[in-house]
Design a binder for this molecule. Structure first.
Ligand SMILES: Cc1cc2nc3c(=O)[nH]c(=O)nc-3n(C[C@H](O)[C@H](O)[C@H](O)COP(=O)(O)OP(=O)(O)OC[C@H]3O[C@@H](n4cnc5c(N)ncnc54)[C@H](O)[C@@H]3O)c2cc1C
Length: 392
């Protein structure tokens, strides 16, 4: 990465996070995203981070850039978890095009460049892949896609996608959203890009809002449910099986989500420590133990996150997949447990929505449900536990 530009980005995100932290009470009460927050992040250069340098972005290789990206989203999440989660979906989606170059597929390479140009130009990417009843497993998609004669908005073939989708974090803010469907004449699902910018949600142009996001945590993420009915889309130009693409992108995606929740936990622990320090000599034995264990949970969470980043830096794909999924699942458990312990030490006031801990306790629960959600993640944890990669 170009040192000065990344340094500028890091400085800007640090300043933004510091400002947002000062607005915590108001931000935690939000149920909607604010366009200005995303303009600020775009102007700071955050969207460019996911595009390779030769496409006008700031990305080198996962081995050197993943840590920088994760640390930025971790810092943002300590200030505003919902904005950080939505924002982290951008590199998590662009990752599908980043991770798998293949010069033998000219259409794929051209589409990759078009996706990178979009990210470098400040277009916000997100995803509405999840389908009710699929458990986050894209092989269970019931959505369908038919080719159309429309002018494609991105290099590739134009399609129209139809199906029920939910959890579209960032709807209303995003310009492009990834989804999955089975293309006409094919038996396996693949990825499609939806053009969602300024598209109405009343069913008149392919998108119908079926349920507004009412999450008890990550409350402002606008993770709405939508019915896609002939929604304009472009098919992934990769012409082989999907698995290598999803596997290659997996470690970065898992680590980005882990970073977001770790950022929330960082802030909860710092805030709790300030309060506990004032009454440390009055704590009962039980409270001392619970706080010590919460602090230990946080320390372990930081170590496993570091382990995942180091595995990505090591460059071995199997080790990176092994470590990043374990880090995601471990941090999901640790963060929930740590918040519960902190609440017990700080008292019943943490049950009130006036306490930041009430919101944080729910925000951290998102990690276990984020892709791959609990059941699907544990299928892989079990399978890879029998024959782990060498030296994970
Ligand atoms: C805060 C938050 C933000 C998110 N943001 C996004 C986003 O931006 N984009 C996105 O695409 N997703 C997003 N997700 C969704 C996430 O990635 C998972 O896909 C989603 O949580 C899966 O939902 P579920 O476990 O309730 O599964 P569901 O699909 O509702 O399934 C419920 C249960 O049924 C089981 N099941 C699945 N299939 C079957 C079957 N055929 N028969 C019987 N049982 C079955 C599952 O294992 C699961 O236990 C988000 C989730 C959260 C919490």
């Amino acid at each position: 990465m170009a040192e000065s530009t990344v340094a500028d980005l890091e400085r800007s995100i640090g300043e933004i996070a510091a400002r947002w932290r000062g607005e915590r009470a108001e931000r935690q009460a939000r149920r909607q995203l604010d366009r200005q927050d995303f303009d600020l992040l775009r102007d700071a250069g955050l969207l460019k981070l996911a595009a390779p340098r030769d496409a006008g972005g700031l990305w080198d290789r996962a081995e050197s850039s993943a840590r920088i990206a994760c640390e930025l989203y971790r810092r943002l999440a300590s200030a505003d978890p919902s904005v950080a989660l939505v924002s982290s979906m951008h590199p998590a989606v662009v990752a599908f095009w980043l991770a798998s170059p293949d010069p033998s597929q000219p259409d794929w390479e051209e589409q990759r460049q078009a996706v990178f140009a979009s990210a470098a130009a400040g277009e916000q990417w997100g995803t509405i892949t999840s389908e009710p009843g699929s458990g986050g497993d894209i092989s269970r998609t019931r959505a369908t896609a038919s080719p159309t004669d429309a002018e494609p908005f991105l290099h590739g073939r134009a399609y129209a996608v139809t199906g029920e989708k939910h959890f579209g974090s960032g709807f209303g803010i995003t310009d492009r959203m990834m989804t999955t469907a089975i293309a006409q004449g094919e038996s396996d699902p693949t990825i499609f890009v939806l053009d969602v910018r300024d598209r109405p949600w009343d069913g008149s142009a392919g998108l119908k809002l079926t349920a507004e996001w009412d999450g008890i945590g990550m409350a402002a993420t606008q993770s709405h449910a939508m019915r896609l009915d002939g929604a304009p889309a472009v098919k992934l130009a990769w012409n082989r099986e999907l698995d290598p693409i999803t596997r290659a992108a997996g470690p970065l995606i898992a680590s980005l989500f882990t970073a977001v929740i770790l950022g929330v936990l960082d802030e909860a622990v710092v805030t709790a420590r300030e309060q506990i320090a004032k009454k440390a000599d009055q704590l009962r034995a039980y409270e001392q133990v619970e706080w010590a264990r919460a602090e230990l949970d946080h320390w372990v969470a930081v170590q496993v996150y570091e382990g995942a980043l180091r595995a990505i830096e090591g460059g071995d794909p199997a080790t990176a997949s092994y470590a990043s999924l374990r880090a995601k699942e471990a941090v999901a458990e640790l963060a929930e447990t740590a918040l519960r312990r902190i609440s017990r030490v700080l008292g019943g006031g943490t049950f009130s929505l006036r306490s930041p801990f009430a919101r944080w306790s729910e925000d951290v629960r998102a990690l276990g449900f984020l892709r791959p959600p609990w059941g699907l993640a544990y299928d892989t944890l079990f399978a890879t536990s029998i024959d782990p990669p060498a030296g994970p």
